[in-house]
Design a protein around this ligand. Structure first.
Ligand code: SF4
Length: 181
């Protein structure tokens, strides 16, 4: 990647865009809501069961101007879900400013492993043992989503739930879903 492009990505004026699509939110509190999904490349958390490992290497995904991402989303929906990868790898200020200027509802799905940037109407926090969330995001999250792969993950889920001002707490085992509250 050219140095100038890398600098724009580091400032959040461009972002490595893996894919974008209009669909129905299939998980969590907003399940059933039509939304435009924006999947940002880049994640170094390293969950072994991750189902989007192709997102990990940001260099594989084209740096895209945030204004283009915003323009695309507004054609489809007034709700956008920013996911990854780990979107907070990057500064989300510029992207979310663009969405908010169009009056959109802006959601994020994040492990919380990096500093919370951007303006969000809904934060779905999904903590991972390998890289814990920053303290700041626990109080700001609207929804907690925990992935349970083995027994110790249940204990971890309970510990994380105790830290969050949660509205909804979802546990996903890898063969189904249980909404706890
Ligand atoms: S945080 Fe998400 S994208 Fe990153 S490795 Fe874990 S499941 Fe995959």
């Amino acid at each position: 990647m050219k140095k100038e492009i890398r600098e724009l990505v580091n400032k959040g004026e461009m972002l490595p865009l893996m894919e974008e699509f209009y669909t129905i939110q299939g998980e969590g509190y907003h399940k059933g809501t039509a939304a435009y999904f924006v999947r940002i490349g880049g994640c170094d958390v390293g969950c072994h069961w991750c189902d989007v490992k192709e997102s990990w290497n940001a260099d594989l995904h084209p740096p895209t101007q945030t204004s283009v991402i915003v323009e695309n989303a507004t054609k489809y929906s007034n709700t956008v879900v920013v996911t990854g990868g780990e979107p907070l790898t990057w500064d989300m200020t510029n992207l979310t400013k663009g969405f908010k200027s169009k009056g959109m509802n802006v959601h994020i799905e994040t492990s919380g492993a990096y500093k919370l940037t951007g303006t969000w109407d809904w934060i779905c926090l999904s903590p991972k043992k390998l890289k814990l969330p920053t303290e700041d995001i626990y109080k700001k999250a609207h929804e907690l989503k925990m992935i349970v792969y083995n027994k110790s993950d249940l204990k971890f889920a309970e510990e994380q739930a105790a830290k969050v001002n949660k509205i909804v707490f979802y546990i996903y085992n890898l063969s189904g879903v249980n909404a706890i509250k």
